[in-house]
Design a protein around this ligand. Sequence first.
Ligand SMILES: [Zn+2]
Length: 284
Amino acid sequence: MIDIHTHLHPPKLFAAIRRWFAERTSWDLSGHPTEPADVAEVLRTAGVERFVFFSYAHKPGMARELNAWLAAASESLGGFGVPLGTVHLDDPAYLEDLRLALDAGCIGIKLHEDVQRLAIDDARFDPIYRELAARGAILLAHVGPIPWAYPPDAGAARVRRVLERHPDLNLVVAHFGTPDTERYFTLMDDHPNLYLDTTMAFALDSPVARIPEIGADHIEAHADRVVYGTDFPNIPYPYQREREGLERLGLSERARHAIFHANAARLIARATGAEASPVDASNA
Ligand SMILES: [Zn+2]
């Protein structure tokens, strides 16, 4: 398995995030570790062969340092975990921050509309998206506020605007695109680089599970654009719950392989330059 959506943060930031969850939610996260090596060990034991992790700059002035920490954490894990960096639009040199992050080993960025108080279709992101697309890097985005109480289709409309401007951008929408999953499935027909991650949408104990609403046949039909993710270690249930929820759908072996492994492997290979570009292939 490859897990495309996990979190590692520097210790002080992680403590603040845990406090936020304790004060604002009824989620009990105390059973899950926060130290990178300990988080990695839980994933390895669960059968994960590689994981993508990230943090986020919730205010200006912290992205560059955070990206350096993320790259160092990946190195300390021997590349078992690969990072997505972060940028903040109120930083004066956010494009330079991105380039430094990608050069240091980040394979894209994580964007969180709510935590970062910004919209994915903000025009100031255009140079960021051009750079990501040119490098085959990943944009993984949490679209919409927490909790997901907002006008349906608004988030998907913002994502559509981004994809129309940047059709080559590898874009993963977190949490199965909740609450606009059907809209994203439709968008996929016109946008071959659009993906949804499964994060918290299938876990049996998840406070935001979507299993009853989305038919397995629908997921099967879009399996080449669905990637396994979990939000570990910030989940109020055991790690394996997301996988168990997905397994209960009774998907075909082909779909399971795509969701748990092949789609993420393809995205990571593109972002790390391990995949031959179409130009290379035609020259070969
Ligand atoms: Zn997350």
